[in-house]
Design a protein around this ligand. Structure first.
Ligand code: C3B
Length: 832
C-alpha cells in the first residue's frame, strides 16, 4: 500500500508520531512550528487570533493522527457504518472540547503561559460553529460525540453554510435585530478541505422513464460542484475519531471565459454565484418550514453529494448491491433529507441497472427516519411543480413509488378511498404537494420519535394509518440524550471536580449511570456545602456575564430561574413573562417589611426568533420591556429582575446551564417533542419547572416527582380545552386579567397601551396554546418553588438526587440504543 520504499514511509510516519507528544516543551515546538510555517509569522507578530490558530492547528494534528488510525481500521475491518444525515450540526466550539477529550488541557495551559498567552483568552477567540437552529442540530452534535466515544463507526453529513445562524442583537427599543454570521472570516482550523473528493450534482434538465421499471435517464440541466470539508469529532480519551463531512457548493466553471470575452462580465460570474448561493446561508427557522426553492436545492444538493460519497465507498468493497444495507445505515434527521430515498433508488435503477423491486428493498433496508415534531407547520411538503422543475427524474420516481405503494394499500384495505387519499405521497389540491414525511415513513426500515410521549403521539396522531398498514414494529422510541462531556465535564468544572472527587475517578464521564452513587452523599452536610459552593461559582460567573453585557444590576443571592430556547408560541415564553409581571404587581403592593420575606428572583431569558415570526419577536420585545421597567425600579429590582441575554448560542448555554436553580420547560402539553436542554439543566443540578410534555415526563420519573415542579393541563385534555375556547366558553382567571390590565395600561410600554395587543389577543381569541388554562397552576408551581428554596438544605438534597438520576439521558445510551435496535452497527475497538 505504500508508494515507493516502505521503510522510508514508515520511518517518516514514525517520526511524525514522535513529534506529537504532549510534554510542554514539545507542545511549544508544535505551536511555534505552525506560527512559523503555517501562518508564516514571527513571534513578535503573534496576537491572540494567531495564537489561537497556531495552537488549534497543533491540536488538529493530534486529532488527524487518531482520525487516520480510525478510518484505516474501519476500512480494513470492512465495518458497517452509520451515516447521520442532518441539515444542521450545532457543534459550538471545538478547541476546549478537543483539549479535554485528548486529556492535554494542562500541557496547553502551561505551554501558552510560557509563550505569553492565557489559554482562557485564546479559547475565547474561537467562533461558534453555528450550523444549526436549536435542538435538532445540537442533538446531531451530541450524537456524533457519543459515536466516537463509544467506538461506533459514524459519519455526519451536513452543509457548510458560509453564514450560520444569525447573530442576534437588541435594538435600543429592545427588539431583535439579525446580523449575519460569517463565521469563516478568519478561517476554521478544525476543518480539512478535501478538494480531491469533490463531486458533481445535477439540477433541472430532462428525464425519461425506462420501460417496465428499467433504467430511466436524466440529462441536460446544470452541474454544480460539491466540495467536502471534514471536521474531526474526537471521542473522550479514545483514539476513535469520527467525521462530520460538510459540503460546500461551488460553480463548476467558476468563470465563463467566452462570456467574459464577449463583454458579458455579469453572465460570466452569474452561474458560479448561483451555484455558491446554495450553501451561503442556513435557514433560520426551527420547527417551521419556509418552503423556499433554495431550501429544496440545499436538501437535494446535500443528500445527493452524501450518497455519492457513500456509494463510492461501497463500490470499493466489490460486493453486490443487495449487500449495501449490510454496510450502510442512513439515519434521516427529520424529513429534511428525505430526497435521499428517491435519489438512492435512482442510482440503483438508472445507474447500477438494478430491478425496481430489488432497488426498493435495498432502499427500505438502508434508511431510518427520526421524527422530531408534531406540529403540522413543521411537516414538510413540496409543490409537485417545483420538484418536477428542479428534479424531473425524482418526481417520476416518487410517482412510481406512490403507484406501487397505493396499489398495496388497496390490496390490504380494499375500497377505502379516503384512506388512499390520506396516505398518498401526493396531497391533492392546487398546487399538488409531495408529503415528505409519508415518503420517509414508507422508505425507511424504522421510524422513531424522540421521547416516550412523543413516540406515542407520532403513532396515534401523525401516522395512525401507517401504523395499521406497516405494523406497530415499524415505529419505535429512542429518547434523546446529551453528551456529559460538553454539558457537565467541560461547561461545569466546579461541579465535575466535586463529582470526580466523591466518586473517586472520572469513570462517570463515559458511564453516566455511575452518577447514581451520588445519592449516598445527598444527606452529607459537608458534601452539600461543597455542592452549594460549586453552584455559587457558576451563579457568579453568570452574574458577571450579565453585568458585563447588559445594564443590569443583579442580586447574586437571588434564585436564578432560566428559560433559554428558541422563541416560539408553543414553548410559551409568554407564560413565563406574564408570570413575572404578576409577581411584580404583587411585590409593588407589599410593604418593605413584607418584601424582605419574599425569595428574591432573577429571571433569565435567551433565544432567537425566526426573522419572519412576528409573534415571537413581539415576545422578545415584551421580555425586554419588562426587564427595563424592573431594572429601573429601585425598590423592587433586588427582589425581582429580568435579563434577556442576546445571541443565545452553544457557548452562552455553557455559561447559563450550570448556573440555574430552576429552569423552565413549559410548552403546552403535547407540543414539545422532547426538549434536550431540560436534560442539561438537571444534569448540572438545577431543578425542573415544567409541564407534562416531551422528555419532562421521563425526567420526572427518573429524578422523582418530589424533586420536580410540574404543572398544567395534560395532553389528553388539550383538544377538549381548545374546543371550549373556540366555543367561547373559556374562563379567564382574575390573576391573568390583572396582568393584562397592567399591560394594556401601558405600564410596560411607556404609555403605548396597545403595543402588546397582538400577543394578548391570541389569548382571548382561541388561546391555542392554553395560557389561560395553565396560568393559575403555573403561579402555584412557582409558589412551591419559592417555598422549597427557603429550605436550603433540602433544596441542595433535591439537586444532588436529581443529578444522580440523569444517567439515562446520556447520548451514549441513545446512540448505543440506535446502534443495537435500529442500525445494527457494532462498535469497533481502535486501541492500538
Ligand atoms: C426539536 C424539537 O422541537 C425538540 O423538542 C427536540 O428535543 C429536538 O428537536 C431534538 O429531537 N426540533 C428542532 O429543533 N427543529 C425541528 N425542525 C423540529 C424539531
Amino acid at each position: 500500500i505504500f508508494p515507493g520504499e516502505e521503510k522510508a514511509w514508515k520511518d517518516a510516519l514514525k517520526s511524525n508520531e514522535q513529534q506529537l507528544t504532549n510534554d510542554v516543551k514539545d507542545v511549544n515546538a508544535q505551536i511555534s512550528r505552525h506560527v512559523e510555517f503555517t501562518l508564516s509569522r514571527q513571534p513578535f507578530n503573534v496576537d491572540e487570533l494567531a495564537m489561537y490558530q497556531a495552537s488549534a492547528l497543533s491540536v488538529r494534528d493530534k486529532l488527524v493522527h487518531n482520525w487516520n488510525k480510525t478510518q484505516t481500521a474501519h476500512t480494513e475491518k470492512k465495518v458497517k457504518r452509520v451515516y447521520y444525515f442532518s441539515l444542521e450540526f450545532l457543534l459550538g466550539r471545538a478547541y476546549d472540547n478537543a483539549l479535554l477529550n485528548l486529556d492535554i488541557k494542562q500541557s496547553y495551559d502551561e505551554s501558552l503561559k510560557q509563550l505569553g498567552f492565557s489559554l482562557e483568552d485564546v479559547l475565547d477567540v474561537e467562533r461558534d460553529m453555528g450550523l444549526g437552529n436549536g435542538g435538532l442540530g445540537r442533538l446531531a452534535a451530541c450524537y456524533l460525540d457519543s459515536t466516537s466515544t463509544c467506538g461506533i463507526p459514524a459519519w455526519g453529513y451536513t452543509l457548510r453554510y458560509s453564514n450560520g445562524i444569525f447573530k442576534q442583537v437588541l435594538s435600543s427599543k429592545g427588539d431583535q435585530v439579525e446580523i449575519p454570521d460569517p463565521w469563516l472570516e478568519s478561517g476554521n482550523p478544525f476543518e480539512v478541505p478535501r478538494l480531491d473528493a469533490a463531486v458533481e450534482i445535477k439540477l433541472y434538465g430532462q428525464a425519461s422513464r425506462g420501460e417496465n421499471g428499467k433504467a430511466g435517464t436524466w440529462t441536460g440541466g446544470t452541474d454544480i460542484l460539491a466540495v467536502p470539508y471534514d471536521i474531526p469529532i474526537p471521542g473522550f480519551r479514545a483514539t476513535a475519531t469520527n467525521t462530520v463531512r460538510a459540503w460546500r457548493s461551488r460553480g463548476k466553471v467558476s468563470f465563463d471565459l467566452a462570456a467574459f470575452n464577449a463583454g458579458a462580465y455579469d453572465a460570466a460570474v452569474r452561474e458560479a454565484e448561483e451555484a455558491e448561493t446554495i450553501t451561503r446561508v442556513l435557514y433560520p427557522s426551527e420547527n417551521h418550514e419556509a418552503g423556499k426553492t433554495l431550501r429544496l436545492k440545499q436538501q437535494y444538493f446535500w443528500t445527493a453529494a452524501s450518497l455519492h460519497d457513500i456509494c463510492r465507498r461501497f463500490r470499493k468493497l466489490r460486493e453486490p448491491w443487495s449487500a449495501f444495507p449490510d454496510y450502510v445505515a442512513v439515519q434521516l434527521n427529520d424529513t429534511h433529507p428525505t430526497l435521499a430515498i428517491p435519489e438512492l433508488l435512482r442510482i440503483l435503477v438508472d445507474e447500477e441497472g438494478q430491478e425496481w423491486d430489488e432497488a426498493w428493498s435495498i432502499v427500505r433496508r438502508t434508511f431510518f427516519y427520526t421524527c422530531h415534531t408534531l406540529m403540522p407547520e413543521a411537516l414538510e411538503t413540496w409543490s409537485v411543480d417545483l420538484v418536477g422543475w428542479l428534479l424531473p427524474r425524482h418526481l417520476q420516481i416518487i410517482y412510481d413509488i406512490n403507484f406501487h405503494f397505493l396499489a398495496d394499500v388497496e390490496r390490504k384495505f380494499p375500497g377505502d378511498r379516503a384512506r388512499l387519499a390520506r396516505m398518498s405521497l401526493i396531497e391533492e389540491g392546487s398546487p399538488k404537494r409531495v408529503r415528505m414525511s409519508h415518503l420517509a415513513v414508507i422508505g425507511s426500515h424504522k421510524v422513531n420519535g424522540v421521547a416516550e410521549l412523543h413516540s406515542e403521539l407520532v403513532q396515534s396522531q401523525l401516522f395512525p394509518d401507517f401504523v395499521e398498514y406497516l405494523g406497530r414494529d415499524h415505529f419505535t422510541n429512542v429518547t434523546n440524550g446529551i453528551t456529559a462531556r460538553r454539558w457537565l465535564y467541560q461547561c461545569n468544572p466546579a461541579l465535575s471536580t466535586l463529582i470526580t472527587k466523591a466518586l473517586g475517578s472520572e469513570h462517570w464521564v463515559t458511564h453516566l449511570d455511575e452518577l447514581k452513587k451520588l445519592q449516598k452523599f445527598a444527606k452529607n452536610e459537608a458534601f452539600k456545602k461543597e455542592w452549594a459552593a460549586a453552584k455559587q461559582v457558576n451563579r457568579n460567573r453568570l452574574c458577571d456575564y450579565i453585568e458585563s453585557t447588559t445594564e443590569l444590576k443583579v442580586n447574586r443571592k437571588a434564585l436564578i430561574d432560566i428559560q433559554v430556547k428558541r422563541i416560539h408560541e408553543y414553548k410559551r415564553q409568554s407564560l413565563n413573562i406574564l408570570g413575572v409581571i404578576y409577581r411584580y404587581l404583587q411585590l409593588k403592593k407589599m410593604s418593605p417589611e413584607e418584601r424582605k420575606r419574599v425569595v428574591p428572583r432573577l429571571s433569565v431569558f435567551g433565544g432567537k426568533a425566526a426573522p419572519g415570526y412576528y409573534m415571537a419577536k413581539l415576545t422578545i420585545r415584551l421580555i425586554t420591556a419588562v426587564s427595563k421597567v424592573l431594572n429601573a425600579d429601585e425598590e423592587i429590582r433586588e427582589f425581582l429582575n429580568v435579563a434577556f441575554l442576546a445571541d443565545y448560542s452553544v457557548s452562552l448555554a455553557e455559561i447559563l446551564i450550570p448556573a440555574s436553580d430552576i429552569s423552565e420547560h413549559i410548552s403546552t402539553a403535547g407540543t414539545e417533542a422532547s426538549g434536550t436542554s431540560n436534560m442539561k439543566f438537571l444534569l448540572n443540578g438545577g431543578l425542573l419547572l415544567g409541564t407534562v410534555d416531551g422528555a419532562n415526563v421521563e425526567l420526572g420519573q427518573a429524578a422523582g416527582e418530589e424533586n420536580c415542579f410540574f404543572f398544567g393541563v395534560l395532553e389528553p385534555d388539550v383538544r377538549e380545552l381548545r374546543l371550549r375556547h373556540q366555543a367561547g366558553q373559556a374562563q379567564y382567571p382574575p390573576q391573568l386579567l390583572e396582568v393584562v390590565d397592567a399591560l394594556r395600561s401601558g405600564q410596560f410600554s411607556a404609555g403605548e397601551g396597545d403595543l402588546f395587543e397582538p400577543l394578548l389577543s391570541t389569548i382571548f381569541n382561541g388561546d391555542f396554546y392554553l395560557l389561560s388554562d395553565d396560568f393559575l397552576s403555573y403561579l402555584e408551581a412557582q409558589k412551591m418553588v419559592d417555598a422549597a428554596f427557603v429550605d436550603t438544605s433540602s433544596w441542595v438534597e433535591k439537586c444532588i438526587n436529581t443529578t444522580a438520576c440523569m444517567g439515562r439521558f446520556s447520548s451514549d445510551r441513545a446512540v448505543q440504543q440506535y446502534a443495537e435496535e435500529i442500525w445494527n452497527v457494532e462498535p469497533v475497538d481502535i486501541s492500538q
